[in-house]
Design a protein around this ligand. Structure first.
Ligand code: BES
Ligand code: ZN
Length: 886
């Protein structure tokens, strides 16, 4: 990637700049094209006869320029563009006029046409079925990061903020929505059957936030305590699926208003579920678009997991209305400001609305941990990263911008405290409102509000790739405990060679005499330090990174780690701390610092673990070791080990929801039964089969939280008839969540014939293009056989897949189907393939997948024998292998 030329910061010339676009769009929902015309108020700042704008995939019919003097009634003439030259590679167009445009204001009018495409970007068509079964199309925009230029010729950079007057020309009877409230609707005089719908002028905003939807939807509506009109649009006939999101939105908007002490600036906000949607959701100002599953909750049949994820996504996109829309990043280099911040605050908001979700613990298992994994790679990137062309921009909607961004915000929030943090945010949002900001601007505001050296600390986290591992040992000196702490850059595959960079690390410390309080916080500013904990008895443990708020890993000395094990066993350590001990250990094992067999020994201390989130993390880490062992002859003894680990909690939970049990118990049951059934635990399997046939034969419907584990168990240990039944269920249900669930379990099948059916299904008409990648990933992610077959499938169907998803982040997901192999041959295979099939929007994903494969290979090479010895010794010791199917 080094040799690629980076484009300069701002790519369009500064001589002509827009202030307002009066845009009219007329989509044809049958011919799949659209007519556009736009009147742009511009300021000519340097005399020029050329106007350079962004434009891609649109045909300009005519372009004229009217100087301001003419608008004011003087006699300057209108100029017609004599040259319209597209620079397709650069996604630009140059309009050339026969004479120079005079300095000052003017109006540029452009008439053009475009295609209503099927690629889920720009202005596109989304397919739906009416309640009477007719197939129809809606017209929808998705413009981030840089597809606005395919909807109108424009200055498509986030810092070129403008206002928009939108008009939509639509068939009578179709709903038309845009960022702002509707202000008028009248039949078109010369176009029978069409109406022209106009919308209020938007505030000053970036082009990527413009939105329009034309289609048929039902909705539910309400008002927030501060008077904002909120509507949730659903497919026809499903208005009741919008209630949950509406309730969340109505609580969330006043929550943010108060938290930021800045009101929501628009009169309305609409949340709408779009049938074909490439990402999860998009924060268009006042008209937020969602994938159906990310917004709709079926009051009768939604799982706990689904409700939780809707709450998070709603919280995320609404946060962008301030953080992103009101104040926007200066350039994509600062994308993380948008995404990292929204990812952090979506948890704050869900914690406010649903305390029983214990959502911050889940943050650690999901975002924090995922970010550490990704940022340990050599092929990671700094949070602030230089980006130029649109492919590179697409690539950084990734774990670093989102999850590392959120994690370092959380670390800073804990360090300076909530009051100073809020004060700083208020300052930032009011100082930069309707403008743009860069990372340093946020730090300056938080520095001002907290009096702490925020910029100096945070720069070490946003400009450097990676994070440190803290090596810590302790010694007792009389009444006191002395800690020796040294930092070094953490490398996923081994120790850092050479002079390690350093970070400014806020370190929280807790001790055995008061496990859930942070006893002290120290700021590590150099390579190493000595910390004295006064008055701590020799028999008390010390835990670093209490609450797991710091973005680093901890490597304890043997005695320190040993002292923590009983506190895991008796759960006197809080959940986040129990979670991070094994999560750090597994990463240290991959890096060759700790033996994987020792990690399995430590995991046994979690046998009686009660907490859902800790199990979620254990479950992920079990999968990391499974990836290594899947090709070895000790995989079945590994499965017995895992079954033994998960059996006590499985027994405790049982198969019946206990009345009054919580949200997290339901999710824990899903996780545990999934693992036990997958790994062939006989009693679980027998019960799964029984319940599946009861379900299929209509004797007893499976509760939704149980369906995924049951489907997985029966598919994995069943034959073609199970696959037939499940696919029939897919075809017959109109519940979205059930369809999605089935798409995601198909890869659990175990024969090559059935896996091939799953793969072929992924590209069939029955699966929406937005979901294909998940079906393929389901095959790649659940078995050794599937992994190989999915990778073959991706290569064989590359033309089709690349055609469908070109230039989007979907291609990155596809590349990752190969990321879990564990041999050098496979790494070379991946390299060879992508050398001949380059993917500009996923180059980094290719490098990361290869790095991951090599890490797995090295880890297996190093630890395979010890793992085998541990597992064999354990089974002769009498692990309960009889409970596991072959
Ligand atoms: N701004 C993004 C949408 C987006 C993602 C645009 C990728 C272009 C490329 C939006 O705010 C977002 O982050 N959506 C997430 C869901 C969220 C809850 C994490 C997504 O789509 O994955
Ligand atoms: Zn976002």
């Amino acid at each position: 990637m080094e040799n690629k030329t980076k484009r300069p910061f701002q790519v369009l010339p500064k001589d002509v700049r827009p202030t307002n676009y009066a845009l009219s769009l007329q989509p044809d929902l049958e011919l799949f094209n659209f007519l556009g015309n736009v009147d742009i108020d511009v300021q000519v700042k340097c005399v020029t006869s050329q106007v350079v704008m962004n434009s891609v995939d649109i045909d300009i019919i005519s372009a004229t320029y009217t100087p301001g003097s003419a608008i004011d009634g003087e006699t300057a003439t209108e100029l017609t563009a004599t040259g319209i030259n597209y620079q397709n590679e650069d996604e630009k167009v140059t309009l050339t006029f026969s004479s120079a445009l005079a300095l000052g204001n003017g109006k540029l009018r452009i008439d053009y046409t475009g295609e209503l495409n099927d690629k889920m970007k720009g202005f596109y068509r989304s397919k739906y079925r009416t309640p009477d079964g007719e197939t129809r199309y809606a017209a929808v925009t998705h413009l981030e990061p840089s597809y606005a230029r395919s909807v109108l010729p424009c200055w498509d950079e986030p810092a070129i903020k403008v206002t928009f007057d939108v008009t939509l020309v639509v068939p009578e009877g179709r709903l038309a929505l845009s960022n702002m409230n509707e202000t008028g609707r009248r039949p078109c005089a010369n176009k029978p059957g069409l109406v022209e719908v106009s919308f209020a002028r938007t505030p000053i905003m970036s082009t990527y936030l413009l939105a329009a939807v034309v289609g048929e939807y039902d909705f539910v509506e309400g008002r927030t305590s501060d008077g904002t009109h909120v509507r949730v649009f659903t497919p026809l006939g499903k208005a009741d699926h919008g209630h949950f999101a509406l309730e969340v939105a109505i609580k969330t908007i006043p929550f943010y208003t108060q938290y930021f002490d800045v009101p929501y600036p628009l009169p309305k906000i609409d949340l709408i579920a779009i049938a074909d949607f490439s990402v999860g959701a998009m924060e268009n100002w006042g008209l937020v678009t969602y994938r159906e599953l990310a917004l709709l909750v079926d009051p009768k049949s939604s799982s706990s997991e689904a409700r939780q994820s809707v709450a998070l996504v709603v919280g995320h996109e609404l946060a962008h209305q301030w953080f992103g829309n009101l104040v926007t990043m200066e350039w994509w280099t600062h994308l993380w400001l948008n995404e990292g911040f929204a990812t952090w605050i979506e948890y704050l908001c869900v914690d406010h609305c649903f305390q029983d979700f214990h959502i911050w613990t889940q943050f650690v298992a999901k975002d924090h941990s995922r970010a550490l994994d990704s940022d340990g790679l050599e092929n990671s990137h700094p949070v602030e990263v230089e980006v130029g062309n649109p492919g590179e921009v697409n690539e950084i909607f990734d774990a670093i911008s989102y999850s590392k961004g959120a994690s370092i915000i959380r670390m800073l929030h804990a360090f300076i405290g909530d009051a100073a943090f809020r004060k700083g945010l208020h300052l930032y949002l009011t100082k930069f409102e309707y403008r743009n900001a860069a990372t340093e601007d946020l730090w300056a505001c938080l520095e001002e509000s907290s009096g702490q050296p925020v910029a100096a600390i945070m720069r070490t986290w946003t400009t450097q790739l990676g994070y440190p591992v803290l090596h810590v040992s302790d010694e007792q000196q009389g009444e006191d405990r002395i800690l020796n702490i040294t930092q070094e850059k953490f490398c996923a595959g081994g120790t850092f060679k050479g002079d390690s960079p350093t970070w400014m690390v806020p370190i929280t410390i807790s001790t055995g005499d008061n496990p859930s309080e942070v006893r002290m916080t120290v700021l590590l500013e150099k390579q190493s330090t000595r910390v004295t904990i006064p008055g701590l008895q020799a028999n008390q443990w010390v835990k670093l990174n209490s609450g797991t708020v710091g973005f680093y890993r901890t490597c304890y000395s043997q005695p320190m780690l040993k002292a923590l094990i009983p506190a895991i066993r008796d759960q006197s350590l809080p959940p986040c701390d129990r979670l991070s001990i094994q999560d750090d250990l597994i990463a240290l094992s991959c890096a060759g610092v700790v033996s994987a067999a020792d990690v399995l020994r430590v995991m046994e201390a979690y046998m009686n673990e009660p907490d859902f989130t800790v199990w979620m993390s254990l479950n992920v880490n079990v999968s990391s070791i499974a990836v290594l062992l899947i090709n070895t002859d000790c995989f079945s003894s590994f499965q017995s080990y895992v079954v033994d680990l998960f059996t006590p909690v499985g027994k405790r939970l049982g198969w019946e929801a206990i009345t009054g049990e919580g949200h997290l118990d339901a999710m824990l049951r899903t996780t545990v039964l999934d693992r036990l059934g997958r790994y062939g635990h006989r009693p679980t399997l027998a019960e799964a089969k029984r319940r599946f046939s009861d379900h299929v034969e209509g004797r007893r419907t499976l509760p939704v939280d149980m369906r995924r584990p049951v489907y997985i168990a029966v598919l994995r240990h069943g034959d073609a008839s199970v696959m037939d039944t499940i696919l029939k269920m897919f075809r017959e249900t109109d519940e979205l969540e059930e369809k999605h669930r089935i798409q995601m379990v198909l890869g659990a099948a175990s024969s090559s014939e059935l896996l091939q059916r799953a793969l072929d299904f992924s590209l069939s008409e029955e699966v929406r293009s937005q979901d294909t990648v998940f079906v393929i990933a389901s095959v790649a992610g659940q078995s050794r056989l599937g992994m190989g077959m999915a990778w073959d499938f991706v290569r064989e169907n590359w033309m089709e897949l690349n055609g469908r998803y070109q230039g989007t982040s979907m291609l990155g997901h596809l590349v990752w189907t190969a990321g879990n192999f564990a041999s050098e041959e496979r790494a070379l295979e991946v390299k060879a393939f992508f050398d001949t099939h380059p993917v500009p929007s996923a180059e980094r994903a290719v490098q990361q997948a290869m790095e991951n494969i090599r890490l797995n290979a090295a880890w297996l090479e190093r630890d395979g024998a010890a793992l085998k010895a541990f597992l064999e010794e354990r089974s002769t010791r009498g692990g309960d292998t009889s409970a596991v199917c072959a």
